[in-house]
Design a protein around this ligand. Structure first.
Ligand code: GUN
Ligand code: FE
Length: 420
């Protein structure tokens, strides 16, 4: 048994509405899981004192594109379909080259290490070998979650258009290879409806049927032109979501993550609600690519599982702190224009950690006994203010989220292992 003792100021969600604070407390971790808080030191194998810093649960990024990190912060003056064709696809085509992939994914993981993310669900590219390289590198670096080899067999440039049968073969091979990893699993990843023929969707639906433990991830109702395009490709379908649903990709058996959902119809919200889909709300990307302002509080009122995601490189920052502050601003914009309820800070923080716990294979995203010991230590010491002495931990965290989002974390633990 390995025991770790961590001393510091802890803040974590108890529920959607409530953040709990423990100041100058000792947290006991055994074998990678939380045990309890103590008000005094106990014997341990490893001890850390983070003095006045703030310690939070690890955050989860439920939708991002690892290969796109190389152009994060560029080309934001385009809308989705132009941006995909002019910038995204040419960059993703480079990941056929393993040397390029290794260099780029090393840069991506260095950036991820400085961020508060401990769990993630990401897209790679269509290339099996470099997708597996990414999954292995994330696993070695200690991260938990999902990586998808992307499927695309229509409406894509020639170097990213797969032969359907080959794509399915390499998807199955990617799934088998990934089974050997410790903490990273594969996710079935049809890029979005316009990139996948019916034969591709049908073959992927059979893989999902044979493997109920597999997660499926894709994009839904991101942008008005994209939605029109789906309507013209599938005039028989009631709506965009029903195309995924027809292929069992909307949470009936397999857990499902749908990114964006900026423009859902009521019937689509019914589907997301009834099928327990995880919505990956990507406010930074929705704003950068002029996609829309997602109706998050309406989804929450229906009990839909909303989680937060950077959608790098539609999102320009890999930091989930930055995503939390954009989620708050977007909810206020909807409040001003449509009278939707604005999110509170504790609620937005909850969406970045605890709300995605059921998506992952072990419990994480808060500090409860037996949950995964995923922790992030942040320093707000660069903020000088006359108010400092009187602030609660929640207020310090809120101020950090708005003003220090891009600062590197001080330390990060995943399943009790110090990774940074
Ligand atoms: N829809 C299909 N592919 C993509 C992508 O790479 N990024 C975003 N934001 N939307 C997409
Ligand atoms: Fe995306």
């Amino acid at each position: 048994m390995k025991r770790i003792l961590i001393k510091g100021n802890f803040i974590y969600p108890l529920s959607k509405e409530r953040l709990e604070e423990k100041r100058n407390a000792f947290l006991i971790i055994e074998n990678g899981r939380f045990v309890s808080f103590s008000d005094h030191a106990v014997p341990s194998d490893e001890e850390y004192d983070f003095s006045d810093n703030i310690i939070i649960p690890g955050l989860s990024d439920t939708h991002l594109h690892a290969p796109q990190y190389q152009f994060a912060g560029l080309y934001m003056d385009k809308s989705l379909l132009e941006w995909l064709n002019e910038h995204t696809f040419p960059e993703e085509a480079k990941y056929k080259d393993m040397k390029y992939a290794e260099k780029a994914y090393s840069i991506f993981i260095s950036a991820l290490n400085k961020s508060p993310t401990t769990r993630l669900s990401c897209f790679a590219t269509i290339h099996e070998d470099s997708s597996f390289l990414l999954a292995s590198m994330l696993d070695d670096a200690g991260y938990s979650g999902y990586v998808g080899k992307v499927n695309m067999d229509r409406n894509s440039p020639p170097d990213l258009t797969e032969d359907t049968e080959e794509s399915i073969k390499s998807t199955l091979s990617f799934i088998r290879r990934t089974e050997k990893l410790k903490n990273i699993s594969s996710a079935v990843t049809p890029r979005f409806v316009p990139s996948c023929t019916d034969s591709m969707m049908k073959a992927l639906s059979e893989i999902l049927l044979d493997n109920p433990g597999l997660v499926v991830q894709s994009h839904l109702c991101e942008n008005k032109d994209e939605i029109e395009w789906v309507r013209s490709l599938h005039p028989e379908a009631e709506n965009y979501a029903s195309v995924y649903d027809r292929y069992g990709m909307l949470g009936r058996r397999n857990k499902s993550i749908m990114a964006h959902v900026c423009w859902p119809e009521d019937a689509e919200l019914d589907l997301l609600e009834n099928r327990n889909v995880f919505v990956a709300h990507s406010p930074s990307s929705n704003e950068n690519l002029s996609s829309g302002i997602a109706p998050v509080s309406r989804m929450l009122e229906r009990g839909i599982n909303v989680t937060l995601s950077s959608d790098v490189a539609g999102g320009s920052s890999i930091s989930m702190f930055s995503v939390i502050s954009r989620a708050l601003s977007h909810s206020r914009i909807r409040n001003a224009f449509f009278s939707d309820r604005a999110l509170t800070f504790p609620e937005a923080f909850y969406l970045s950690c605890l709300s995605s716990s059921p998506l992952f294979s072990s419990q994480s995203g808060s500090i409860f006994p037996s949950w995964d010991a995923d922790l992030v230590v942040i320093s707000d010491s660069s903020i000088k203010s006359t108010l400092n002495e009187g602030l609660s931990l929640s207020e310090r965290l809120e101020r950090y989220v708005y003003s220090c989002a891009e600062l590197p974390v001080v330390a990060k633990f995943i399943k009790g292992r110090k990774v940074v």
